[in-house]
Design a protein around this ligand. Sequence first.
Ligand code: CA
Length: 608
Amino acid sequence: MKLNKNVARVPGMLTVLAIALAGFGQVHAAGVTDQDIVNDAITTHQVLSNGLGTKGQRYTPLKQVNVDTVKDLVPVWSFSFGGEKQRGQQSQPLIYDGKMYVTASYSRIFALDAKTGQKLWKYEHRLPDGIMPCCDVINRGAAIFGELVIFGTLDAQLVALNKDTGKVVWREKIADYKDGYSFTAAPQIVKGLLITGNSGGEFGVVGRVDARDPLTGKLVWTRPTVEGHMGFTYDKDGKAVENGISGTTNATWPGDLWKTGGAAPWQTAYYDPDVNLIYIGTGNPSPWNSWLRPGDNLYSSSTLALDPASGKIVWHYQNTPHDGWDFDGVNEFISFEYKDPKSGSVVKAGGKADRNGFFYVNDRTNGKLLNAFPFVNRIDWAKGIDLETGRPIYNEEKRPGNPFLQTADKPADGAAPAADAQTKGESVFNAPSFLGGKNQMPMAFSPETGYFYVPANEWGMDIWNEPVSFKRGAAYLGAGFTIKPLNEEYIGVMRAVDPVSGKVVWEVKNNAPLWGGVMTTAGNLVFYGTPEGYLKAVNATTGEEVWKFQTGSGVIAPPVSWEENGEQFIAVVSGWGGAVPLWGGDVAKRVNMLEQGGSVWVFKLHKS
Ligand code: CA
């Protein structure tokens, strides 16, 4: 293992390293270590983390497949997830010791021989009838640690399986699915802890980040993401000890609304070892109807930086204070460096393409806003972001109308309205739609070009507010909506964004909304999938399309790459579904010809 750690830091030696390791069957006897995971971004023979490295840059230093050779990229194998139920496939595969671990819809996970696609084992989680996933029965991938592969299920459980046998080693409940909780993200291993969030912001759950011992599943700490809730650490007997309240009760929430405040961190957490912080985004405040909850409603629709030792919130930056559009703020915050054009000094930054249409650059050590600019063509809800205060400049007339102003029964601020108070406030048109300038599909960052590659969408929505009261396990929106395209020819746009200048450097339009993630490579390529079924490669500098392959169903998952015996492999999962067909209104009608699927594809260069 010493060889691995030391040699892996020299990029030129990577191929040699991979070949050397292939000869050492016993090297992996102890399984995946925390150091392996920290090194994931630079060790090219494996993919051990969601994001191809815990920073989540989704950049591979491999360059055998490059702008010149990619024309010879051909499929090696494909594997079907089978079953009668297909629906959306959003999983990022993991690669370890010649095996692929890939999750599928309906809380399934498969282990496959990475070279041949032969099935080694599968696990199908037994799901109860009453699960409440908001946005399809998807899963975004697993974590790997020691001898265990760990993934989350739609009934809000975590399951750890022996990586070689597929036998369940432990199973823990994150929360009660009957309350609207579910889990779809890929967990992340940070400093030997299993970091997870939860889903359920549409049901008035309480968002929470948890750290567990990955070998046992036992809780180490928990950090609620709604201001007013207490965090806890757990001693070795499992006894909860208070470790500080999150914020100040009622500082940004009226009355009791914080008790059902949402802010679900439903995406993967990322970790930057340089500054020792975990970054995770939080979803919408509950309910969507913002007239019921005056205030900023911390820590909803925010980027949070957490101390891995305790979960303490070290800093927060709220992208959409008092969110009234379900913009969430769950988009990934990706660490990167750039040279300050004025001082010439290197800035430790993070970038985030928010659902609300703005691209944010924050100082990742303290959260200070450094830059914010639109990455979509139309934004209605705000005129811009004030770089001094860090707050949006709202277009107040673009907040959906107050349903209670139209009734004699208008409640006092924060009070629940009478059930029969009013039916519908004024409907307003907003872009982006709540499906976002970018949604769950992760972007990529290339340290070589300095660009972020953002899978964006151009669409808007009619949105209005209605009275609503909280009922356990029931949708808690207080809003209605219809999603609408903005253009005839396209909705999706792959954009190369320069985070320093705030300029879009190039873009490639796509008819259907983009819903898969991105990977960029040292071969100057950007790989991404389309709902029309293509995995595409474009030139990272120019956006010129250089390769594509039809996978047979829509691609809404992020690609990965690794090397074995001197050959570079690329994999992506295919299977159309996700939130667009379920919530997409007029857009869903436009793309209703797309077929479901469920498979994983692997590619390498054809040797002539
Ligand atoms: Ca939401």
